[in-house]
Design a protein around this ligand. Structure first.
Ligand code: ZN
Length: 249
């Protein structure tokens, strides 16, 4: 999950606008937050021309946060939908979030683009990473025993219209094809980053090109608003909050 650097209230944007503390209705913030963290879902990372301003803490649970810039990210309709995040309770101290933590480090993206919790986390960190998975359910894929088939969902164990896994798998396959071309010197690092940018799924591309520093650098720079302090000089993930007393991630 790509970590992002959200602009603070009062920040002056490249387009000459100052970020306000409140946007009413919240949809007024849509273009600004896309200028900030780009046109990808903050959770599943899909490219979408139809993103919603997403309330980190549900507007139904905390109406006073409905118009607060600090409570906004971007989400696709599926991540924000009733099967997934929707109105679920969020305690920011118990879940890793992409604007606060290094959410690239908390997950691993494996063959086919499948997402799981990083096995190198401490038990407490795993709990917070799993809480993010439970919130947006980007680990919904056919055959995941976490989602057994039910009468309501007899095909996959979840809403069969939820195709985020399939889009991520396609991105993985596209990245593999381009890895071969990159190794054959038919494509440059910037070519890879540009193609990835058209499709989304930053973490998939990074994972496929994990051994290629030039590509990792190009991806981090190309996807606007990626939190650069989440990566070291070799573009490997590092702690975002190294001075935090209990949770440096
Ligand atoms: Zn999404």
């Amino acid at each position: 999950m790509r970590p992002v650097e959200k602009w603070k209230v009062g920040h002056s944007t490249p387009s000459g606008v100052t970020i306000l503390s409140e946007y009413s209705p919240h949809t007024k913030a849509n273009l600004l937050i896309q200028e900030n963290i780009d046109h990808f879902c903050s959770y599943c990372e899909v490219f979408s021309p139809d993103l919603e301003v997403e309330h980190i803490i549900s507007q139904h649970r905390k109406p006073e946060k409905r118009t607060s810039w600090d409570n906004f990210l971007l989400a696709c309709g599926r991540c924000n939908g009733k099967d997934n995040k929707s109105n679920k309770y969020v305690d920011l101290s118990k879940v890793f979030f992409p604007h606060l933590n290094n959410t690239f480090y908390i997950f691993v993206y494996g063959q086919g683009g499948y997402v799981g919790v990083n096995p190198n986390l401490t038990p407490d960190q795993k709990t917070k990473a799993e809480a993010m998975l439970d919130l947006v359910c980007i680990d919904k894929y056919p055959g995941n025993p976490k989602y057994p088939k039910t009468n309501q969902y007899p095909i996959f164990g979840f809403n069969a219209n939820d195709k985020r896994w399939a889009l991520r798998r396609t991105a993985w396959e596209e990245a593999q094809i381009r890895l071969t071309k990159y190794l054959n010197q038919e494509l440059s690092a910037n070519d890879i980053a540009e193609f990835a940018y058209q499709r989304g799924f930053f973490s998939v591309w990074y994972s496929v090109f994990v051994n290629h520093i030039d590509v990792k650098k190009a991806l981090i720079l190309r996807f606007r608003g990626t939190a650069q302090n989440c990566f070291d000089s070799n573009y490997n993930p590092i702690s975002r909050n190294p001075n935090h007393p209990t949770d440096p991630i």
